[in-house]
Design a protein. Structure first.
Length: 285
DNA sequence: CATGGATACCAGATTACGTCA
DNA sequence: ATTGACGTAATCTGGTATCCA
């Protein structure tokens, strides 16, 4: 199985289908994923542009194309309806995106050459669904902090970390409990006000600066995690509609069973196992 | 009211440390 | 014991918002 992800021009196939030069037609946010099934006997993926056919499965490309073409460069997009984004405000009313799903199986004409041209080859199926996107203003700032708060922050903050034991940039590993607690807090609100920061720092026995940095890093990692899990769930559920492909990433805590997230690899293993069992059953019969 | 300095926060890029295979 | 890959805590830089004189 081959999974390709790319951000850019959604009119082009995802990377493992794409043999053409990169397109710079526009800079709008577009998100493409491709899933190739049916590895060749030599273990490599099929090259559809050279006319190689998949064994029995079809490659699929999922295009996510925002309806509103030009969002401000620094405008953060947040998916509404996700539990940890409760503070998201929809500042621009009616802003939404339509995502299209393109099942892209190269036509015979495309096999001869250009794989990246047409949006919808004759034998591809296209469906689309609207999905709400909230445009979140980050301007919900908190006004000037009290002197105590500023002092508390600065004490354990920039430039003073190396005061401790005279060690510069001593990296400390957060404990499992600390990470879990921070993660839970992040699900409730992805940004912190000074009071929340101090409370968290006190509760976890960390410096406020450490809490602040953790949230900054978490926000930086967040889009990658969302894309990864969101894409995988969609693709898996498309290909295995009768199987529970949920990774638990988008579930509420209450819905998630005991161990929380399922590792994507575990889901794939389940799927492989299920297929093997099916095959064995058929062979036995 | 306009302006500029100080302050705080953030995103993004980068560095560097700890862990593990 | 060593090494390289990887995850992530921490730092740096630049931009923006707010407050206040």
């Amino acid at each position: 199985m081959e999974l390709a992800l790319s951000l850019g021009d959604a009119s082009r196939p995802a990377s493992f289908l794409d043999k053409g030069p990169p397109s710079r037609a526009n800079d709008d946010l577009e998100f493409r994923v491709g899933l190739g099934l049916g590895l060749a006997g030599d273990g490599r993926g099929r090259d559809f542009c050279r006319g190689e056919q998949p064994d029995s499965d079809v490659p699929l490309q999922l295009d996510l194309i925002p309806l509103s073409p030009s969002l401000p460069r620094k405008t953060p997009l947040q998916f509404r309806g996700l539990p940890w984004l409760a503070e998201t405000r929809n500042d621009s009313a009616g802003e939404s995106a339509r995502f299209s799903v393109v099942n892209r199986l190269p036509s015979s004409a495309e096999e001869a050459g250009d794989c990246g041209g047409a949006h919808s080859p004759p034998n591809s199926t296209v469906s689309s669904f609207p999905m709400e996107l909230g445009i979140c203003s980050v301007s919900g700032r908190y006004s000037k902090r009290s002197d105590n708060e500023v002092d508390a922050d600065r004490d354990g903050s920039r430039g003073s970390d190396d005061d401790e034991n005279g060690m510069a940039r001593k990296k400390l590993r957060l404990s499992k409990e600390q990470s879990t607690f921070l993660e839970e807090s992040f699900k409730e609100h992805s940004t912190l006000n000074p009071k929340q920061k101090l409370a968290l720092a006190k509760q976890l026995n960390l410096r406020p600066r450490q809490v602040e940095v953790w949230f900054q890093n978490r926000r930086a990692r967040y889009p990658r995690d969302v894309l990864y899990h969101f894409t995988l769930e969609i693709l898996l559920s498309l290909f295995f509609p009768n199987t529970d492909c949920s990774l638990g990433f988008f579930q509420d805590e209450a819905e998630a069973d005991g161990d929380g997230l399922r590792e994507p690899e575990a889901v794939l293993r389940d799927l492989d196992g299920g297929e093997q069992e099916t095959a064995e059953g058929a062979a036995g019969a």
